[in-house]
Design a protein around this ligand. Sequence first.
Ligand code: ZN
Length: 333
Amino acid sequence: MSTIGRIHHITAIASAPERNLAFYEGALGLRMVKQTVNFDDPGVHHLYYGDETGSPGTILTFFPYPGARAGRHGTGQAEEIAFAIPVGALGFWQLRLTGLGLAVERPSERFGERLIAFKDPDGLMLELVEDEAAAGLPGWAAEGVPHEHAIRGCRGITLWVEDPAGTARVLTEVLGYEPGPVEGARLRFVHPGDGLGRIVDLRAAKGFWAGAMGAGVVHHVAFRAADDATQAAVTVALTPHGIRVTPQQDRNYFRSTYFREPGGVLFEIATDEPGFAIDEPVEALGSRLMLPARYEPQRAAIEGNLPSLRPARSRPCTSCSFRPDDKAEPRRG
Ligand code: ZN
């Protein structure tokens, strides 16, 4: 199953839609490639960030619930999200992020690679890692972020688990990852395919408190399946592990199945097809609220009920509009 595995997207909870947009688009320079609603709860946005076309592996998505309570980092959760940046770009990012008032840890090394770590306004743990292959990937040149330094996409994720054994079996026996080096309590798994999303680190955290869902916490990690047949094969392959997978759900831009891996993290298998250009042209991605067909008749009511989300193009300077101490807006009645 060489067409399975590598990260497709990562989805997290946020507390304030406007601030989320200002941070990921304005400060990090990602492209908002889709502005839609949570298909299971159309009163909440679902914001997708990625590269120019929203290629699989570049996608970070958020459900921003206004006023959402902060989650708790702990075991059974996906924690640090690592973005790939070109070798040599670390200095640019350190200056840029500290200039925006963010607390950025000093550059460090892990498995021989240089990285910086910081948090988003909700406390989501992020890393920028210099990656040899990043310069050759598309990315997205944003205001204040020249293409040579731009984030190329999700390089990897760190899962905090009580006992890494079960998770390791799913990664290697089902999702195509291979065991890599070990550094302290961190076990690295590497996918032999090329491109993004090739790294999953397991951090053995026995005895650490369990995580709780909320703002600043990853909701799930999605892995790539080339098509429906590959996705169905994953369901079959998980059966001997005693893992039940949900029926397929249509997410418009990909089709998804979900399961909880033995370490407690929610995993998704998402098809590469059809992609984000299915309902708006690439040059217009993210510019207006897109709804699945079943919600289209209720568009006016849905739009009227959603919290404000200034369209990117109406702001003179997205990178200036971000302030890390911006207050999350109060919960709507
Ligand atoms: Zn997902």
